[in-house]
Write a new protein. Structure first.
Lengths: 454, 412
């Protein structure tokens, strides 16, 4: 009883501060452009982000990776601001900038001193429509993208495994293919593919502007209207629907990759908030992830890393903010002397315990406290605040979901945890992957004899 | 920038504090001169010690420690680098959360007791971490680079140690290291966040009284050595070849520090705008990332350029990188480049002090390396005075482009 009181109290405290920090101001221009502004006056700085509702999950086979390749080309100049001008202008104004592409969105950002916001709007409104897309630049940039793929995936045993796991887990869902694209598609991509993709998706009615920092919301709105208001909207492509087919049983992967350590991944197909905004299941899954692997006190570390010492480390990834159903993913490295099969059994035992025994109140309260505190810590970073707003808007979810997130988390009961574990964390919905290391041949790091001087 | 308060505890530990009350959060660090440079004959003992602090104290075991932090939503972490170990706590500021987290933090800093079972378990985890390094080409390259660059100097010591050395690290040796280096004379305390200065003073005293007096650790200076050109190849079954090239660089207190900072911004520090980025990536598509940096440490840290490229074009990329560097050292930057670099570094300074976390990082650096309290106030002025001539001569003095250490990891 005492614990319950404690968490309710904490919930109120969090809300007080989060809402006092600032509310979000939402504006819609006539051309369909959305503007979200959150004032944060702690420091004289601002972050400005443009989110386009396009990413790898919009891509058909044959041109996988095109959203990400286009993101690279967005740094190759427009008619008005030629190659390198944008980078130099932002740097000369003390700005930091970059971009990122994911399954469901492509986003560009600049961070500046607060008085430089108009520079961001000038450059972003220009490259929304007027990109050069020269074939000579593309010839170089696609090489850069292929180097990026080698670095991120091909030379990383674990990323290689995850790529294959996604391709197995998602049969019909576009999460089947990697954000960076299949190598073959990158090799065959053309500048005209990119021009079509750019023309189709880069429009004000497919974009969201997020601004967080030392600004006044209405002034940002007026500035946005000036720069983005005149851009004509355009009809967006209509994607064919798909329905993920049901799994017919557990899927297992045994992958042999050059590596030093074996590795285990167990993933389950689970819903996300957008699958059904009324469902509480995604919130319960977030709690389960925290209970099992949210820190040093969580069950996995306590029981399997310190207690039985069967694993060196265990993590869980679950992102409830995606367009389509996603994975609840466990990964683990066995301790010396333990096999992948032993580790798999130990993880299943932990899942079964969730399904058979109710979590006690103290343990549940601890998980909720961790999630609540993290939410407050996030207020220290304007980039994290902006990313939270953008990642919701990019998948057509209202920003109020984040505002109400802790209320939903705090309402989760031990019974719900048991039921959700029973509903989704089942062998028949799972994909289990083993990474069996192939030798890193002739690898002799410590002795000079293995090195060839030239 | 809010004012920095600085004082000594009664027994002499320097304290740095910035009050920031907009969010209900307190960040604090205690830093000891106990990084890998003090490993001595046992590479990895600094890391091993740091990793053991939350594995048991005189009163509590690892489960209880984790519970004490996490039941109030606090985050504890321990990080080491060459010069120091940084122990950090982030907590909600309200007393009912903070007090529990803080007393736990003080307890493990002052009264860790290194249970034998936890030592054995941690050793296995470090072994796994060492194997993880072996399957990460950039870390294979990094370890080789430091080893060859620093030779007998302690900066050569790999942070995690070696498979052999971690076997030799016993409970007794860990306790010796802990008792020798985790002491008042070797500590700096840094705090940022939602509390008054009076409260900060009281907290610092609590910290100070948990530690023994001890004495200040002394880092061996670097023997003066002429750089020599060397290329080492490590065979590795990756599609890309990882290339590291560089030399011994400068200390944080080098009079050329700001010239070097600006010059490096032009050469390879500026994301998307540097000469290296333009030549190797933009014009030729040879790599995804390329950058250069000076790791300015207590004694001369390294100057490093790093990139990865497809194995068959590694030598092309390497020679272009070398000629870009040489061209920069020989001719220096242009006026326009220096102006742009100043605009960037001066202009983005507000971003580097915007969050509590970033202010904490600045204070850690100021406190640990005994930089003047006016360091942040004067930072922009120090940059704005630098001339093209100063950048040019600083690079000529410190970088010998024909005498680089090169490490290549891959099939090249």
């Amino acid at each position: 009883m005492q614990f319950k009181k404690f968490i309710i109290c904490l919930g109120l405290l969090l809300f007080f501060h989060v809402s006092q920090a600032s509310d979000v101001h939402e504006y819609h221009l006539k051309n369909g452009f959305t503007v979200l502004v959150k004032e944060d006056h702690r420091a004289p700085v601002v972050i400005s982000e443009i989110w386009y509702k396009v990413g790898s999950s919009y891509e058909p086979n044959g041109i996988t990776g095109i959203s990400h390749a286009l993101e690279h080309m967005m740094f190759r100049g427009t008619k008005k601001y030629g190659p390198n001008v944008l980078e130099q202008m932002i740097a000369a104004n003390g700005g930091l900038q970059n971009a990122f592409t994911a399954n469901d969105f492509t986003a560009y950002y600049q961070q500046f001193s607060f008085d430089k916001l108009a520079i961001s709007f000038e450059l972003e409104s220009d490259r929304m429509r007027n990109l050069l897309l020269r074939s000579e630049d593309f010839a170089k940039e696609i090489q850069v993208v292929m180097e990026e793929r080698r670095m991120r995936v091909d030379d990383d045993s674990r990323e290689t495994l995850l790529e294959r796991l996604n391709a197995t887990a998602f049969v019909e869902s576009p999460y089947h293919h990697p954000v960076i694209g299949w190598k073959n598609d990158l090799e065959n991509m053309t500048i005209s593919d990119l021009k079509n993709w750019y023309k189709a998706w880069y429009a004000p009615n497919n974009a969201i502007l997020v601004v967080v920092g030392d600004v006044e919301a209405n002034a940002v709105y007026r500035l946005a209207q000036r720069y983005f208001g005149p851009i004509e909207p355009s009809p967006l492509p209509v994607l064919k629907p798909f329905s993920e087919i049901k799994a017919l049983g557990q899927r297992r992967l045994d992958l042999h990759i050059p590596a030093r350590l074996p590795w285990l991944v167990m993933a389950y197909s689970v819903p996300v908030i957008r699958s059904d905004v009324k469902s509480t299941d995604p919130y319960v899954l977030d709690i389960i992830a925290t209970l099992l692997s949210g820190g040093d006190s969580a069950r996995f570390t306590k029981n399997l890393v310190r207690g039985r010492q069967i694993a060196a480390d265990i993590n869980i990834f679950y992102n409830p903010f995606t367009r389509f159903n996603n994975l609840f993913l466990l990964d683990a490295t066995p301790s010396p002397g333990h096999t992948l099969a032993e580790l798999e059994t130990a993880l299943w035992d932990q899942i079964k315990r969730l399904q058979t025994c109710r979590v006690d109140t103290a343990e549940l309260t601890l998980a909720k406290t961790q999630i609540s505190a993290s939410k407050i810590y996030q207020e220290d970073s304007i980039a994290k605040q902006a990313n939270e707003l953008g990642s919701l808007a990019a998948i057509d979810l209202p920003w109020t979901i984040q505002k109400n997130y802790l209320t939903k988390i705090n309402a989760v009961t031990p019974r719900q945890i048991q039921e959700v574990a029973q509903r989704y964390l089942l062998p028949r919905y799972s994909i289990v992957a083993y990474l069996h290391p192939l030798p890193l041949y002739s690898f002799q790091p410590a002795t000079r004899g293995g090195w060839h001087a030239r | 920038m809010p004012p920095i308060y600085h004082w000594l505890t009664k027994n002499g530990i320097p304290v740095y504090f910035v009050a920031r009350s907009q969010i209900p959060v307190i960040d604090m660090s205690i830093i000891f001169r106990a990084g890998s440079a003090y490993d001595g004959t046992l590479p990895g003992i600094a890391q091993f010690t740091a990793q053991m602090l939350n594995q048991g104290t005189r009163n509590l075991n690892a489960d209880q420690i984790a519970n004490r932090f996490e039941s109030v939503g606090a985050h504890y972490s321990a990080m080491i680098h060459q010069d120091g170990v940084t122990l950090r706590l982030r907590s909600l500021s309200e007393s009912k959360f903070f007090n529990s987290a803080f007393s736990m933090f003080v307890e493990l800093v002052g009264h860790a007791n290194f249970p034998q079972t936890a030592v054995n378990r941690t050793r296995k985890q470090i072994e796994i971490a060492l194997q993880e390094e072996e399957q990460t080409p950039s870390l294979v390259a990094r370890n080789a680079f430091y080893k060859m660059l620093y030779g007998q100097h302690p900066y050569a010591s790999p942070l995690l140690g070696t498979m052999q050395s971690v076997q030799e690290i016993t409970r007794e040796k860990l306790i010796d290291f802990y008792q020798h280096y985790y002491v008042n004379k070797n500590a700096v305390i840094v705090m940022v966040g939602d509390m008054t200065k009076d409260r900060a003073v009281a907290l610092a005293e609590q910290f100070a009284s948990a530690l023994t007096e001890g004495k200040q650790a002394v880092l061996p200076s670097l023997p003066v050595k002429q750089p020599v050109a060397h290329l080492y190849k490590i065979h590795y079954p990756s599609q890309q070849t990882t290339i590291l090239l560089g030399q011994i660089g400068i200390t944080l207190k080098d009079p050329d520090y700001f010239s070097i900072l600006l010059g490096n911004q032009i050469l390879g520090g500026g994301i998307l705008t540097s000469r290296l980025f333009s030549e190797i990536r933009n014009k030729r598509g040879l790599c995804y990332g390329i950058s250069s940096y000076f790791d300015a440490l207590q004694t001369e840290g390294p100057f490093v350029i790093n990139l990865k490229t497809r194995a068959d074009q590694a030598f092309t990329a390497l020679s272009l990188t070398q000629s870009t560097l040489k061209n920069f050292v020989v001719h220096g930057p242009t006026e326009a480049e220096l102006l742009a670099a100043k605009q960037t570094l001066i202009g983005n300074f507000p971003l580097t002090i915007a969050s509590n976390a970033s202010i904490l990082a600045h204070l850690e650096k100021i406190g640990f390396y005994e930089l003047p309290l006016t360091y942040l106030d004067n930072y922009r002025a120090n940059l704005s005075h630098i001339t093209v001539q100063q950048v040019h001569s600083a690079f000529q003095k410190h970088i010998k482009p024909d005498k680089l250490l090169v490490i290549m990891v891959g099939k090249t």
